[in-house]
Each structure stands twice: as structure tokens, then as C-alpha cells.
Design a protein. Structure first.
Length: 81
């Protein structure tokens, strides 16, 4: 069994109002030193078999079809132990 992580983030050119709201709230909560925040999503998938190239291709297809809106979001796929 393998665990695969899919991280989805808005593309850099897309405005992130939720990240901006978090960035504005941090100083009010006493946190300093953060210039900008980008908010995203993380998906953890447990595969029934090994994380070979065929399985990772299937995960990429899942990301492009359901997990990410590829018009405005980028995604990365990585295998964890």
C-alpha cells in the first residue's frame, strides 16, 4: 500500500482572497513577519498497490479530472512513506 499526496494551489497569477484575508488577520492576532499567504488544498490518497508510474499516471488523471480546476490551479503529486 502506498500513500500519495496531491497538493493543489491557485496559479500565481490568480488572486487569492482567502490567503489575503489570512495575511491581514495574522498581525491582528499578534503574528508578524509574514508578507503574503497563499491558501490551497491537500489530498492524501492510499493506493491499494505500489506507487509505480502507472498508478501515478492514474493519480494525475484524478487530479486533472476532479481534485484540481486546472484552469486556475496547479497541482503536484508526491509519494510518501
Amino acid at each position: 500500500m502506498a500513500r500519495v499526496i496531491v497538493d493543489v494551489m491557485l496559479k500565481p497569477e490568480i488572486l487569492d482572497p482567502q490567503g489575503q484575508a489570512i495575511a491581514r488577520a495574522l498581525p491582528r492576532l499578534g503574528f508578524s513577519g509574514v508578507g503574503a499567504v497563499r491558501q490551497g488544498k491537500r489530498f492524501e490518497l492510499e493506493l491499494e498497490g505500489p506507487a509505480d508510474e502507472a498508478a501515478l499516471a492514474e493519480v494525475r488523471k484524478m487530479a486533472e479530472t476532479l481534485l484540481a480546476n486546472t484552469v486556475i490551479e496547479d497541482y503536484t503529486v508526491r509519494v510518501t512513506e
